[in-house]
Design a protein around this ligand. Sequence first.
Ligand code: GLC
Length: 676
Amino acid sequence: MRSHRQRGAIGGASALAGLLCASLLATPASTAAPIQTNTAVTATQSAAGVAAKRPSRPMPYQNPHLPTKKRVKDLLGRMTLAEKVGQMAQAERADVAGDPSQIAELGLGSVLSGGGSTPAENTPEAWADTVDAFQEQALSTRLGIPLLYGVDSVHGHGNLMGATVFPHNIGLGATRDPKLAERIGHITAEETRASGPQWNFSPCVCVARDDRWGRTYESFGEHPKLAAEMSRMIRGLQGHHGQFDRPDRVLATAKHFAGDGFTVFGTGEGDYTVDQGITQASRSEFAELALSPYGSAIKKHDVGSVMPSFSSVDWTEDGLGNPVKMHAHEELVTGWLKQKQGFDGLVISDWRAIHQIPGTYAEQVAASVNAGVDMFMEPFSGDTVGYPQFIETLTAAVEDGTVPMARINDAVARILTAKFELGLFEKPFTDRRNIDDIGSPAHRRVAREAVAKSQVLLKNSRHTLPLSGRDDVYVAGSKADSIGDQAGGWTITWQGNSTHQIPGETILDGIKSAARGEVTHSPDASAPVPAGAHGVVVVGEHPYAEGFGDVGGPRWGYDPGENGVLRPPLTMHLSDADTEAIETVCAAAATCTVLVVSGRPLIIPPQLLRQIDALVASWLPGSEGKGVADVLFGKRGFTGKLPVTWPRSIEQEPINIGDSDYDPLFAYGYGLRTRR
Ligand code: GLC
């Protein structure tokens, strides 16, 4: 079972000052005088007394007027093996925060913030200061190669307090609006880069075929065409060619390559039932269901990086029983992605994923590098095998010929290309001009629009919806007033949490602002229902991420949320409390509407569905709960369509459009419309 993420946080400002001071004292990776480019010195650096170092003499790679290919060739030719291998290593923020000089000493190519790995003070300025302090370390090395900083801004910059938190991808898939996805990508890029990170491990272009998977909500839906269409988000994140270096664009990542969304139930890694499991398919079926969204991400949107999946592929035509981990899959990573598709970006491993490849660590490293992975998310140091051991092991593999130097040069060239095109050699530090736009009203308006367009109306008997603003409303259910639940995973912390408070509005807030009648709120429906009041019951799932969201795992009765706090098991069924709240309200209110806040379809038994007048799939709307009220009260019409099939029972899973015996409760693409 994967170890829990080590979450650390450096102390307060004093530690940050320590970071900056440490960078002053850092000894460059070699004794030669450090060659520095003109570095734009921001207020932070000048406050720390870091003087902009003049280049001792301009080198071709430092000339921004030269074509990137020439700059890469010149720089690569100057690098030692140690400097090349260091570029292929990515450490985690909390690990290097304790000793940032490791960045310079090892010549690390990148640092990431894993889910929830935030500076102690979770503000845009503290994020930018942290990234810039690490950047100082990288610039102090002999060749001054700048650092890439990566983060999972998978529904906006969800780790950052105050960021605009958009609906998770499953809700965006319900909008069927690729242009909206592009607009959201652009806002996400602006809010991410203004706070420091230049690399976003998003979007997931996974095709979720089994809703029992804990990452279903990270998918745009079950149809590869929908995933391909919505991958237009990449264009918003990166901009068009040549816009990478702007302060409102980031390097995007198409993930997880490939087939992460239709592994076989029961083959999950460790305790997981689905996540990181085995995809059993023919090459043609795999191409249609798993690979096609990558073709779009590469050919249409020029995605700059790709992240392989933890999962494995087992070809049916070769006779099952020989699953190969995607992180060691040369036929797909090098053969299909790089050679056949002409992907010229960089392939970044997933979190310690190579440790799942059979064999010793040396064999795992060699297998993955030789398969075509270019940079390695080996977050830790010390007792847990991580980036220091990775560097040693890969260096030895090159020296003994297990890994050819040509493969190292290819990987490093891809990494340097991304850094040149992001403009990091000329502007290595955070450009903070947009920092005040983070969470702005304009950004939140786009998120609110996305929320409204993501709502899918599944039942509307007696024309219950839209409600009239004059109506009295009775609101019940566990998810009505919980911004943590409506934001879901990858929010402030990796797993998310029902108790999280982020700026924004809950669904109840939205109802209160839209209704002019009396609004009564009673989560368990214990308060009397006023005569004539219309009922709205908001039910659903608690937040989760990755395999912790898998249904049916050995942890059926135990689901460690943040810090191991027990959470009720995820079952795709409504809780008893929510079911009772629905029955109580539907028996007493003039009409009753049920909203399902969840990362996937939940089972609505027939006898319960009969009691419900209107049923809405609300997915995980994020910070702007008012968008739900906009369609409830007719400010906008319902336009959403199911991005995944809605099953009658969990026994139907996996169930997808195109299945021969297709008999769902609501079909893929279904959604009732109302006029505004
Ligand atoms: C996780 C996820 C991946 C994410 C990475 C960094 O394990 O699989 O989607 O980008 O680690 O947080």
